[in-house]
Design a protein around this ligand. Structure first.
Ligand code: PMP
Length: 309
């Protein structure tokens, strides 16, 4: 069996069993936490493990904490070092996923202190073993910005995704796609949605009750333009999905995961689309550093670096 990975928790590397929170903490009882899911990729040629876009993940973590009105007693520099420490401490020389979680340990709905932070590295493969996902439009609605904003990456938000995911599976699908209160396409339970229609790459705008995804930005700003494609950010109607040529989810965890059908309507020829495949290959080359561009997005774990933030 693979060795159990240690967790960085408030300045120390601890075993999974030691990383515990009080049952009456807001973190446990109300899911008062905010978090980031991120990946680090092993580059065999460099003999190096690269964490992808840590600065953007930490910036989003801070924005989530701001909206939740709590903070943690760590500077970004400390969190960078903690990530390197937990990956080095576990001697990780393979692709790995991590959760970086900031939480309120105090009790009560309105408690904002004391707070803590842990970084939990996890072995996690690709999202699907098969070619892609068979999705449905869920009858659950994405929570609205004026209810529990999805821009805020808090644990509690994922109950919306849980309801939809379990429903989708009960109905024989792999994963749900959410519509928002306006009735236009939002995103998946833990991933951003893109489609290809008439050769155009389209994704919903950041005002459509979605998380401001770092992978989405990476595709829009870098990966798609490098392949000669522009991304159109606009509202997407439900029925456009049924006649789309291709679609995929993207995210730090999902990477690029093809969607093969929606509500049993096959997209294109029902296989992985050519544009999806090209974007996926290009994205994986960037995150792993086999594509040498955008070095500022890859933080080495083993090579000594000076982080100035
Ligand atoms: N939407 C939701 C709800 C998510 O949980 C995620 C994963 N963090 C994404 C979108 C994709 O975001 P990112 O590309 O920053 O991982």
């Amino acid at each position: 069996m693979a060795k159990e990975l240690k967790i960085w928790m408030n300045g120390r590397l601890v075993s999974q069993a030691e990383a515990v929170l009080p049952v009456n903490s807001a973190a446990v009882f109300y899911a008062t936490n905010v978090f980031e899911g991120l990946r680090a990729y092993w580059n065999e040629a460099d003999g190096e493990l690269y964490c992808f876009r840590l600065a953007e993940h930490f910036a989003r973590l801070r924005e989530s904490m701001k909206m939740m009105r709590f903070t943690v007693p760590y500077r970004d520099m400390d969190i960078y070092e903690a990530v390197r420490e937990v990956l080095r401490g576990n001697e990780i020389r393979e692709d790995v996923h991590m959760h970086c979680v900031a939480y309120v340990a105090g009790a009560g709905l309105d408690s904002t202190t004391p707070t803590g932070l842990y970084i939990n590295p996890r072995r996690r493969g690709r999202i699907t073993e098969g070619d892609g996902l068979r999705c449905c439009i869920t009858s659950w609605q994405r929570t609205h910005d004026n209810a529990i904003p999805i821009r805020l990456k808090c644990g509690a938000n994922y109950q919306n995704g849980r309801l939809a995911t379990l429903q989708a599976k009960a109905d024989g699908y792999d994963a749900p796609i959410f519509l928002n209160q306006q009735g236009t396409v939002a995103e998946g339970s833990g991933a951003t949605f893109f489609m290809v229609r008439r050769g155009q790459l389209v994704t919903p705008p950041i005002t459509s009750d979605i998380l401001e995804s770092i992978t989405r930005t990476t595709l829009i700003d870098a990966v798609a333009p490098a392949l000669g494609m522009d991304v159109v950010e606009r509202d997407i109607a439900r029925t456009e999905l049924y006649v789309a040529d291709e679609a995929f989810f993207c995210g730090s965890g999902y990477e690029i995961t093809p969607i093969l059908s929606v509500d049993r309507f096959p997209l294109g020829d029902g296989g992985v689309g050519a544009i999806t495949q090209r974007l996926s290959t290009a994205y994986m080359n960037v995150v792993r550093g086999t594509d040498r561009r955008f070095p500022e997005w890859r933080m080495p774990v083993y090579k000594p670096v000076t982080v100035t933030v």
